[in-house]
Design a protein around this ligand. Structure first.
Ligand code: HEC
Ligand code: HEC
Length: 233
C-alpha cells in the first residue's frame, strides 16, 4: 500500500515529535536526577555551579577543577568524562580525586554527566592545558608528578610552600618541619625521606607525622625532586 505523501509525511513528523518529546523528558529527567546526586557527592568540592569553589575544594591540596569551563570540558568526550569520574586518580593520576565507581552506579554517573554538561559556560578559548595535555605532562615529567603528590599528600601539614604552616598543622603539638628551610633541605634525599615516611625507623614516640604505605615508595623520588625546589635560598 502506498500512503499519500502528505499523510506519510505527517506520520513521520508525528513520530519525530513523539521521539523528541521522549528524549527531551529523558534528558530533563536525567539532569534533575544528576543534580540531586551531584549536590550530594560533588558540590562540597566542585561548588554548586561546578566552578571548583566548594567549601572542601582545597582539601585535597590541589585546586578542584572548574567543571563549568566549556572550552576545557568540551575536550572530553562522554566516554572520557565518564572514565574520569568513575576511576579518578586510579586511572588518571593527574587528577587528585578518587574515583566514584564504588559509590555510584553507571546510570547515576551518566545522570551526573548530563547535569555537569548543563553547567557549561562559555569562558572563551582554552588558556590552560587540556585534560589530554595534562595527562601527558604528568606521565612525562617527574617534577609535575612530585608537585601534585606533594600538594596532595604533604601540603596539608607542611604548607604549600614547605614552610610547615599547612591548615592541618594549626592544632598540632609538634609543628611539621619546615622543609623549605635550607638546613633541612640539605639533609633531604630520596633515601632519607623514604626511611622517614615508610619505615619504623622514622617512628618516635613523639611523632606526629603519618606513616605512608609501602606502595607510596614509587612517589617519593618525584616528591623529593619537588621539595628541593621549595628551598628558600
Ligand atoms: C574531595 C573533593 C572532591 C569531590 C567530593 C569531587 N571531586 Fe571531582 N575533582 C576534585 C579534584 C581535586 C580534581 C582535580 C582537579 C584538577 O586537577 O583539575 C577533580 C576533578 C574532577 C574532574 C575533572 C576531569 C579532568 O580531566 O579535568 C571531573 C569531571 C570531576 N572531578 C567530577 C566529579 C564528580 C562528578 C564528583 C561527584 C560525584 C566529584 N568530582 C567529586 C575533587 C573532588
Ligand atoms: C598530618 C601531618 C603531616 C603530613 C600529611 C605530612 N607530614 Fe611530614 N611531618 C609532620 C610533622 C609533625 C613532622 C615533625 C616531626 C614529627 O613529629 O614527626 C614531620 C616531619 C617530616 C620530615 C622530617 C624532617 C626531618 O628530618 O626532621 C620529612 C622529611 C617530612 N615530614 C616529609 C613529609 C612528606 C614528603 C610528606 C608527604 C608525603 C609529609 N611529610 C606529610 C607532619 C606531616
Amino acid at each position: 500500500m502506498r500512503l499519500p505523501f502528505s499523510f506519510a509525511c505527517s506520520l513521520v513528523m508525528f513520530s519525530l515529535i513523539i521521539v523528541s518529546c521522549f528524549s527531551l523528558t529523558a534528558v530533563a529527567g536525567d539532569i534533575a536526577t544528576g543534580k540531586s546526586i551531584y549536590d550530594r557527592f560533588c558540590t562540597y568540592c566542585h561548588g554548586s555551579k561546578g566552578e571548583g569553589d566548594g567549601p572542601a575544594g582545597s582539601l585535597s591540596g590541589v585546586a578542584t577543577g572548574d567543571l563549568s569551563n566549556k572550552a576545557y570540558m568540551s575536550k572530553l568526550s562522554d566516554q572520557e568524562l565518564y572514565d574520569r569520574i568513575a576511576w579518578g586518580q586510579e586511572k588518571f593520576p593527574y587528577l587528585q580525586m578518587p574515583g566514584w565507581r564504588s559509590s555510584l552506579k553507571e546510570t547515576e554517573i551518566r545522570a551526573i554527566m548530563s547535569y555537569v554538561r548543563s553547567l557549561a559556560v562559555d569562558k572563551g578559548p582554552l588558556t590552560i592545558p587540556s585534560p589530554q595535555q595534562r595527562e601527558k605532562k604528568f606521565s612525562a615529567d617527574p617534577l609535575e608528578r612530585g608537585r601534585l603528590h606533594y600538594l596532595h599528600y604533604c601540603s596539608g601539614c607542611h604548607g604549600a610552600s614547605g614552610d610547615g604552616d599547612g591548615d592541618g598543622a594549626k592544632n598540632m603539638a609538634v609543628k611539621p618541619t619546615a622543609l623549605s628551610d635550607p638546613a633541612v633541605a640539605a639533609t633531604i634525599t630520596t633515601a632519607s625521606v623514604n626511611e622517614y615516611l615508610t619505615t619504623e625507623k622514622g617512628l618516635t614516640e613523639a611523632r606526629n607525622m603519618p606513616v605512608f604505605e609501602d606502595d607510596f615508595k614509587d612517589k617519593i623520588n618525584d616528591i623529593v625532586i619537588y621539595i628541593k625546589t621549595l628551598e628558600k635560598k
